[in-house]
Design a protein around this ligand. Structure first.
Ligand code: DGL
Length: 271
C-alpha cells in the first residue's frame, strides 16, 4: 500500500533478523500509540548471530535503505548483533537520519549490582564484538562482567517452542555457573531473549534480575520521533521470507494486542 507523501514521511521503521525486535516494537508501540510503525523481519537471513560482520553490515544497509525509501523518518535497529556490527556504518551513510540502536544494558546493570558481578547473554557475534568490549570498558566501572554467548537461543525463539525441555536444560547449563559465581544482574543482550523470560526467570529467581532495554529504546524513540509520533497508530509487517509466520507469531509472543494497529497481512520484501 502506498501512502500519501505526508504520511510516508512520518513512519518509524524497526527491524531485526526475525521475531526478536518485536519485543522492542511492542515497547515503542506502547510509548507512541499514534505513531505509524513499520516492522521488517529479515527472516530469510536469520540468525545474524552466527554470521560475519561484513554480511550483517550488508543486510543492515539493504534493510535500512529500504525503510528510508518507504518513507521512514526514524529507523530503529532492534537487534544488538546488527547494532554492534553495523550501526556506525549505517549512520555514516544516512548522517541526517535519526537512527536508534539497541545495546546491552551494561550501565543500568552495573549500577544496580550489589555483588559487583554481572553477566551479559548475547549472540556469538555480539559476544565477540569490539562494541560490547568498549561498552563494558566505558560503563562497568569496577563491576566484573561475564560475557556468555548463547548459540541457538534466537533460533529457539523463532520456533515459538519456548519451553521445550531441551532448551530449559540448555538455559540452566548457561546460567548455573554465573549464578554460582555471584552474578546478580543478567543483561539480555539480544532482543530475542526478552521472549525467553518465562523460562529464564524461574531459573534465576531470588538470585539475579534480568535486565532489558526495550523501554529505554522506546524512550529514545519518543525523544527523536518529532512528527513521526503523530500518525494514525498503524503497523505494517514486512518480512524477507515467510511473511505469514510474522503475524502468526504474535499470539505466542503475547502480542495479540498489536493486531488492532495492523494495516493488513504481512508482506514479503527484499526476497
Ligand atoms: N535479535 C538479534 C539481537 O538482538 C539477533 C539474533 C540473531 O539473529 O542471531 O542480537
Amino acid at each position: 500500500m502506498l501512502l500519501a507523501r505526508g504520511a510516508r514521511d512520518r513512519m518509524i521503521g524497526v527491524f531485526d533478523s526475525g521475531l526478536g525486535g518485536l519485543s522492542v516494537l511492542a515497547a515503542i508501540a506502547r510509548a507512541l500509540p499514534r505513531a505509524d510503525l513499520v516492522y521488517l523481519a529479515d527472516t530469510a537471513h536469520l540468525p545474524y548471530g552466527d554470521k560475519d560482520d561484513a554480511f550483517i553490515r550488508s543486510r543492515v544497509m539493504r534493510i535500512g535503505t529500504h525503510l528510508v525509501d518507504r518513507g521512514c523518518a526514524v529507523v530503529v535497529v532492534a537487534c544488538n548483533t546488527a547494532t554492534a556490527a553495523a550501526v556506525a556504518a549505517f549512520r555514516e551513510t544516512f548522517p541526517h537520519l535519526p537512527v536508534v540502536g539497541v545495546e546491552p544494558g551494561i550501565k543500568p546493570a552495573a549500577a544496580a549490582s550489589r555483588s559487583g558481578r554481572i553477566a551479559v547473554l548475547a549472540t556469538p557475534s555480539t559476544a565477540r564484538s569490539q562494541r560490547l568490549a568498549s561498552l563494558i570498558q566505558q560503563h562497568a566501572g569496577a563491576v566484573q562482567v561475564d560475557v556468555e554467548p548463547c548459540p541457538g537461543w534466537a533460533s529457539r525463539v523463532e520456533t515459538l517452542h519456548l519451553d521445550d525441555p531441551t532448551f530449559v536444560e540448555d538455559a540452566r547449563r548457561h546460567l548455573a555457573p554465573l549464578l554460582a559465581a555471584g552474578v546478580d544482574q543478567i543483561v539480555l543482550g539480544c532482543t530475542h531473549y526478552a521472549f525467553l523470560c518465562p523460562v529464564l526467570e524461574p531459573i534465576v529467581a531470588n538470585q539475579a534480575v534480568l535486565v532489558e532495554v526495550a523501554d529505554a529504546v522506546a524512550r529514545q524513540c519518543v525523544r527523536l520521533a518529532g512528527t513521526a509520533a503523530l500518525g494514525q497508530g498503524r503497523l505494517t509487517l514486512l518480512s524477507s521470507a515467510q511473511p505469514e509466520r510474522l503475524h502468526a507469531a504474535l499470539p505466542a509472543l503475547g502480542l495479540t494486542w498489536l493486531d488492532k494497529r495492523l494495516t493488513g497481512a504481512a508482506r514479503q520484501v527484499l526476497a
